[in-house]
Design a binder for this molecule. Structure first.
Ligand code: PEP
Ligand code: MG
Length: 325
């Protein structure tokens, strides 16, 4: 039931058989940071930096961002903080950065496309702030993640941007560290290309909100097509699995940071699919941690296999409900 009180666990959790699963939190506004800590999250799995850019007339400068990232790190002295570089456009408009004439912003210049194009200066400032924050002893480990990737070239270019910022900081004698680097798998292209992408990153995180939207050609947030833009659609599940499978046998870790991860009813499925980390709404962390602790690895793998074999959303739902075995 939604109102029942669930114990807050501050320690990391494992499945019933001892497989460690990191349960981190999504942060999309300032208040989420304290909420994440209060609910026992292990760290931040998705820090949506857009909120630093909303409701103002120009981007926050390097020092303002540096302080914001330091604060996130200080909140989780023993954890990992995954900061996503700016993901504007589509459902995340930032007036002073968005192109005025883009007829279809969801398929236009958004996310990493802007950072590698017209907003390269904004990207550079953000990377400088991130690499400087990574060097401080403010607390946890910093990871940098880029959104809406569709090609290997974008990943290579993003890494080069980080390297060139590192070289500039080095030349200026400023303290910096090179953070762990990852990409979101939230487009069909990234899921289909997961194998080559994995060769260029330390981690991937599956964004099931955009992945469902783009796999199903059904806008997120449009109630008329909500049944289609649903991660329980077999096509979406197969895309998720493809992203996860590409990390198997590598050192690359894989998380899920879409809304789906916040639902404890799908925790066994996601663990069974092979994920290492779940990044959830702060208030969901206690329930998801409890769900992880109850997972039996073999049963979860079997559940995932049956869900992947299903041909309709209803069949997937029935497998999750345990009414089909
Ligand atoms: C996603 O697309 O699933 C995701 C986690 O990112 P956002 O919701 O911020 O687009
Ligand atoms: Mg997204």
């Amino acid at each position: 039931g939604g109102d029942e009180r669930v114990e807050i666990r501050t320690a990391p959790v494992t499945t019933a058989e001892g497989t460690p699963i990191e349960v981190a939190a999504n942060v999309g506004q300032q208040a989420d940071l304290a909420a994440a800590a209060d609910h026992g999250a292990d760290g931040i799995g998705l820090f949506r930096t857009e909120f630093l850019f909303f409701d103002r007339a120009s981007p926050p400068d390097e020092d303002e961002q540096y302080e914001a990232y330091r604060e996130a790190l200080a909140t989780f002295p023993d954890g990992r903080v995954v900061v996503r570089t700016l993901d504007v456009g589509g459902d995340k408009p930032v007036g002073y950065l968005d192109p005025a004439d883009d007829e279809n912003p969801f398929l236009g210049e958004r996310g990493i496309r802007r950072s590698l194009g017209p907003d390269a200066d904004v990207f550079e400032t953000q990377l400088r702030a991130l690499l400087r924050a990574a060097a401080t002893d403010a607390g946890g480990r910093l990871s940098v993640m880029v959104p809406l990737v569709t090609t290997v070239d974008e990943v290579v270019a993003a890494r080069e941007a980080i390297e060139s910022v590192a070289a500039a900081l080095d030349a200026a004698g400023e303290a910096y560290a090179t953070p762990e680097f990852g990409v979101m798998i939230e487009t069909p292209a990234a899921a289909l290309l997961a194998e080559p992408l994995v060769g260029h990153v330390d981690f991937v995180s599956v964004g099931t909100n955009d992945l469902a939207q783009y796999v199903m050609a059904a806008a997120r947030g449009n109630r008329r097509v909500a049944d289609l833009a649903d991660p329980r659609q077999p096509a979406v599940l197969r895309a998720i699995r493809r992203g996860v499978a590409a990390t198997e046998g590598t050192d690359v870790w894989v998380g899920v940071c879409g809304e789906m991860a916040s639902d404890p009813a799908v925790t066994p499925l996601l663990v069974g699919l092979g994920v290492d980390e779940l990044s959830v709404a702060p208030a969901s962390a206690p329930r998801v941690k409890r769900a992880v602790s109850e997972v039996r690895d073999d049963a979860a793998r079997d559940l995932a296999e049956r869900a992947l074999a299903a041909g309709t959303r209803e069949e997937v739902a029935a497998v999750l409900d345990g009414t089909v075995s």
